[in-house]
Design a protein. Structure first.
Length: 345
């Protein structure tokens, strides 16, 4: 109810500015013990029956925050107070980068969607690792699972991209519970070329080789685009099996603009970027269902794309997802979305 009152004020601001203001006040609230307790009592559902054992990890509940919301791991404590069972930080790159010029994040209210061309803006690998190290030592919310979404710098040519991913993997390894390899963002030029079978197989085998050298390996997942053909999805399934990857996150944002309510002029003025939110729901579910049939029951699938209600979350789970993630849906439905989904379970 409160969010619906505040929402018009936030929507009067640019999307990126509204995001910064929201997380600022969330961080302030959780720094005050009585307010932190109030937030947790309002939004967190700690029923034991919600726990899920996936990839050898125990998730407090199956609803996570997708990568992109907290790229630099600066708001983990605040976001955890909204009831998430796991939080995926990143996408992080070895070196800090500013990302694409602003404006680069846009709302499509009639479609309950977002378009972003952020471009992996982040403060860099070392800053994230230090922040997660401090959280692990001083105050990680109990039981919370942290995923690390890793990418390459814009200036790194694709033929050298493997070194960026390997460096991120090595530095973050002590501080995250699982990894996500992001080769599917449409906002870094040429990145999606790494989804092709030969370069992707080589990259994932290199990461798995480093993973096996550790005393205890950690799950690695691949995040894929919704725009892949069935033939490409077949290749993805083969690669996951052959490299013995833990699984897949389906899906990232789409470059498609099909069946949007927003006027063509609005879309032209916004320009390029990845579309997320309600219009992605059906395609993401189709990809989940297709991959579950191809991969069988062993591989983990995390479903993301258009989840804005308990019903849309259940749709992903019924299609074969083990866990789900939200981001754009929370912009429109508000912070109570997580608890609503969990109550629906």
């Amino acid at each position: 109810m409160l969010y619906q009152i505040i929402k018009p004020l936030l929507f009067a601001l640019s999307a990126e500015r509204a995001h910064k203001i929201t997380v600022f006040f969330l961080d302030v609230a959780v720094s005050i013990p009585p307010l932190r307790w109030l937030l947790q009592s309002m939004f967190c559902d700690k029923r034991k029956s919600l726990e899920r054992k996936v990839m050898g990890l125990t998730f407090p509940n199956p609803v996570g925050l997708a990568a992109g919301f907290d790229k630099d791991g600066e708001h983990v404590v605040g976001v955890a107070s909204l009831g998430f069972g796991f939080i995926e930080v990143g996408t992080v790159t070895p070196k800090p980068q500013d990302g694409n010029p602003k404006p680069r994040l846009f709302r499509l209210p009639a479609d309950k969607a977002l378009i972003n061309r952020m471009g992996f803006n982040n403060k860099g690998l070392d800053a994230l690792a230090l922040r997660l190290k401090n959280l692990r030592e001083k105050g990680m919310p109990k039981g919370l699972i942290i995923g690390g979404n890793i990418g390459k710098n814009k200036v790194t040519p694709n033929e050298e991209a493997e070194q960026d991913y390997l460096h991120c993997f090595e530095i973050l390894f002590p501080y995250v519970d699982y990894f996500v390899v992001n080769v599917s963002s449409p906002n870094t030029p040429g990145l999606r070329d790494l989804q092709e079978k030969e370069p992707l197989t080589r990259l994932l085998n290199l990461l798995q080789g480093k993973n096996r050298e550790k005393d205890v390996s950690k799950p690695i997942l691949l995040k894929i685009a919704p725009d892949l053909t069935d033939s490409q999805l077949n290749d993805i399934a083969d690669i996951i099996r052959d490299s013995k990857l833990a699984g897949v996150i389906a899906t990232n944002t789409t470059i498609s603009r099909d069946k949007l309510v927003a006027p063509e002029e609005t879309l032209t003025n916004i320009g390029a970027g990845g579309l997320s939110g309600a219009p992605l729901k059906s395609r993401a579910t189709e990809v989940i269902s297709y991959l579950r049939q191809k991969l069988g029951s062993d591989a983990t699938i995390i479903g993301v794309g258009g989840i804005d209600s308990p019903e849309s979350a259940q749709e992903k789970l019924a299609a074969g997802a083990d866990l789900v993630q939200v981001y754009s849906g929370m912009v429109y439905a508000g912070p109570g979305l997580v608890r609503g989904i969990l109550r629906g379970m």
